[in-house]
Design a protein around this ligand. Structure first.
Ligand code: ZN
Length: 754
């Protein structure tokens, strides 16, 4: 044990600091596990050593974790602990001891002198040299054991004890859901700790009697109890959906220099099953004790040396938090879907009446100061649907006033914001609202006004996506879950998670009215960045001010989020994307930061889920088509074929036969685009320059493309939306390309909608 003493000491110091932080932040589950894992580890270990002299444990194999489709996400692989039994070596010469020590040191990468010293501990049968070596090292050791037996008649002094190591199939994947295990394969976070009892199995034992000299009598008096392997878990998470979500959350964090991580949660609205849960800037389950973020590591290295340990521990603790469950946030305008649901349910407003007025600000009660709308020019008179699309703060304050504090709070409770969702992940946070338990006593009229548009209180992201799912699910609030089945090693289902309906929150009718408003919002309101052509998407943006940071100081930091559902005709999934503190120099609005992330995820996931596209007539007129094969054809016949494909032909050169074409056969091109048909080799050398499309409107992009003999493929945002601008193009400005090459231009709505 001496050889690892120094490192254990350093580690224990780090851990002690970590523990303090954990006690403050995480709660008891983590703290207890850490206590067992690290602080008491040495003590437990030495007790184990004493026992193992006569009673050795046989490790149980920890169960595997599978995704929804049976792909392995976590499993236990066999490894070996290398143990020295000096008592087997009592009469050996120093020369033999040295030979064994040198051999072991070279295979295990340890200090030979220390092993040599250990070998003189004549009473001991158990000196742990190295934990969890893999099969390659074991094979080397077995060869060495054979060698010293043949050459020097040494046996029994080196022992290999079979045990297991946790291995996660993908690095840096789904860490916040899966969690990780400690040195003894005990669950420490995520599913691994939540389902530790089910996963861990029961260790077996071998009891061996000893003679008067403490020598084992293995064959006469051996008793063996086989280990029982742990159960397996089947998750609701789909590996492919998870990968798509992680990709776009990471991209968004990078693009908007998001300071404090980002998260996306996708739920099956009908069952509450979580299909993907992507919190990025997280940890690698295969290396959880390493700070994952390169930027964070740099920050830590720049600190004075005596501050580094604490900073490292703090960074670890931060990266282990599941941002969607362990943390709360101010939901901002996304919450307006809840306020609107409450007002409609209470029959406070006629859906067709322009019942709300915005002159740019509103005074919520006599004597109060005016609270501005995000649009100072005002939205005029609006129906409830228009108010949602405008994300108009005065309209929502008026709704809050119509409801009153009690009713507002009733719906807050009904939608599940006053309780934990009960998701099967550890450390779920409670929301932070104004009142003491059970009544809105502490909630003032100003609180009501700002709460109506989602400010000044905090909920968890999992609560928000669960409430949004209830709207999509005809008003039924489901309990979210991530484990769908527990199975044994023979594939028998030991336990199956039945979807749980918590309650009917709003009527089916009101739910469908809100869905339709959300759809309008994504099609032509403030949420068009979440729009996906061919699908009926509903969504709401949110841009909330963080107000105070952890130390209670005022900040101007924002949370940009987007929460929506699809497909609106019969919603199946809800998705919340949120980003904590994007760089305001780039953009901090939910529509601009989180909207495209939502759209990109939905664009890939909806077809994957087999949800069919249904295009509107307007969309059909703008659909892309596939270019045919026109070369090696007579010019006139080729022209006809191009036109038949709904495209225009541009013949270049003086030949009679088409030698080449651009765009190439099978490429995608917007309907009505142009194909160049080359009839000689000289004309194929022609090039055109790609203009800078960025920041242009749709019509300007089309005009520029026509002027420069190019095809453009427009991606993103609602078709025909006037308030959009080109954000990026796939071929850089000034690049020389063949005429009528297809340039993909990505559009985003140029809005500052909260
Ligand atoms: Zn307004």
């Amino acid at each position: 044990m001496a050889k690892i003493g120094a490192r254990v000491k350093l580690k224990n110091r780090t851990i002690a600091i970590m523990l303090i932080i954990i006690f403050l932040g995480f709660g008891l589950v983590f703290a207890r596990l850490f206590w067992l894992q690290v602080v008491q580890a040495e003590d437990l270990q030495s007790r184990a050593v004493e026992q193992q002299l006569k009673d050795s444990t046989v490790s149980a194999k920890r169960g595997s974790i599978y995704d929804k489709n049976g792909n392995v996400l976590a499993q236990s692989v066999t490894v070996w602990d290398v143990v020295l039994a000096p008592a087997e070596f009592r009469d050996a010469s120093d020369e033999k001891r040295r030979k064994v020590a040198d051999g072991l040191a070279s295979i295990l990468g340890l200090n030979s002198d220390e092993i040599f010293n250990d070998s003189h501990d004549d009473e001991s049968y158990y000196v742990l040299l190295k934990k969890k070596v893999d099969a390659d090292v074991r094979d080397e050791l077995l060869k060495f054991i054979d060698k010293i037996y043949e050459e020097d008649d040494i046996s029994g002094v080196i022992q290999l004890q079979e045990t297991y190591k946790r291995y996660y199939t993908h690095d840096n994947f789904a860490g916040d859901v899966l969690g990780f295990v400690g040195n003894d394969n005990q669950g420490l976070s995520g599913i691994e700790v939540q389902y530790d009892e089910e996963l861990k199995g029961n260790a077996g034992r071998v009891v061996i009697a000893k003679d008067a000299y403490n020598n084992p009598l293995p064959y006469q008096f051996e008793q063996k109890v086989e280990a029982t392997d742990g159960y397996n878990l089947v998750l609701t998470i789909d590996e492919n959906i998870q990968a798509v979500m992680e990709k776009y959350v990471r991209e968004t964090i990078k693009e908007f220099k998001v300071a404090n991580r980002g998260c996306a949660i996708m739920m099956n609205v009908k069952t509450g099953a979580i299909l993907g849960f992507a919190c990025e800037e997280s940890f690698n389950p295969n290396e959880p004790f390493k700070v994952h973020s390169a930027a964070k590591l740099k920050e830590i290295e720049a600190l004075p040396e005596d501050k580094q340990d604490a900073a490292y521990s703090k960074a670890l603790q931060e990266q282990w938090r599941n941002k969607g469950v362990n943390d709360t946030y101010v939901p901002g305008s996304v919450f307006k879907m809840i306020t609107a649901s409450a007002v409609l349910s209470e029959n406070k407003v006629d859906i067709n009446k322009k019942a709300f007025q915005c002159d740019g600000s509103w005074v919520p009660y006599e004597g109060a100061s005016a609270i501005p709308c995000w649009d100072y020019s005002g939205h005029g008179s609006q129906t409830i649907g228009e108010a949602l699309c405008n994300s108009c703060n005065p309209a929502f304050m008026q709704m809050g006033t119509m409801l009153g504090r009690e009713k507002f709070y009733d719906y807050f409770v009904a939608f599940g914001f006053a309780e934990e969702t009960g998701i099967d992940l550890p450390g779920e946070s409670s929301s932070i609202f104004f009142q003491e338990e059970g009544q809105p006593a502490g909630m003032g009229l100003m609180d009501l006004a700002v709460a109506s548009f989602g400010q000044n209180f905090k909920i968890t992201p999992i609560q928000m996506v669960t409430a949004c799912s209830a709207i999509a699910n005809g008003g039924k609030l489901m309990k979210p879950f991530v484990v769908s089945q527990i199975t044994d090693n023979n594939g028998n289902v030991v336990k199956y998670t039945e979807p749980t309906v918590k309650r009917q929150v709003i009527s089916k009718n009101v739910a469908s009215q809100i869905c339709s408003m959300l759809e309008t919002n994504a099609k032509s309101g403030g949420a068009t960045n979440g729009y996906v052509a061919g699908y009926r998407i509903g969504g709401k943006t949110g841009t909330s001010q963080k107000i105070v940071d952890e130390d209670g100081k005022l900040t101007s930091d924002y949370i940009a989020s987007f929460c929506g559902i699809a497909p609106c005709e019969d919603p199946e999934i809800a998705l919340l994307c949120y980003f904590d503190t994007p760089d305001p120099e780039i953009n901090y609005y939910g529509s601009a930061v989180a909207g495209p992330c939502f759209r990109n995820i939905m664009t890939e996931v909806l077809p994957y889920l087999g949800i069919e596209k249904v295009y509107s007539d307007e969309e059909i007129s703008l659909l892309d088509t596939t270019v045919g094969t026109y070369d090696n054809t007579d010019v006139e016949a080729a022209k006809k074929a191009v036109e038949k494909d709904g495209l225009k032909a541009e013949v270049v050169g003086k030949g009679k036969v088409v030698l080449a074409q651009n765009p190439a056969a099978y490429s995608t091109i917007p309907k009505g685009g142009t194909v160049v048909l080359y009839t000689d080799t000289e004309s194929q050398k022609q090039k055109v320059k790609v203009p800078d499309f960025r920041n242009c409107s749709v019509s300007d992009v089309n005009y520029l493309a026509a002027q420069n003999n190019l095809n453009v493929c427009i991606v993103g945002s609602s078709i025909g939306e006037a308030q959009t601008y080109a954000k990026s193009q796939n071929i850089l400005p000034n690049t020389e390309v063949a005429p009528y090459t297809v340039i993909t231009v990505v559009f985003n709505q140029d809005n500052s909608i909260m």
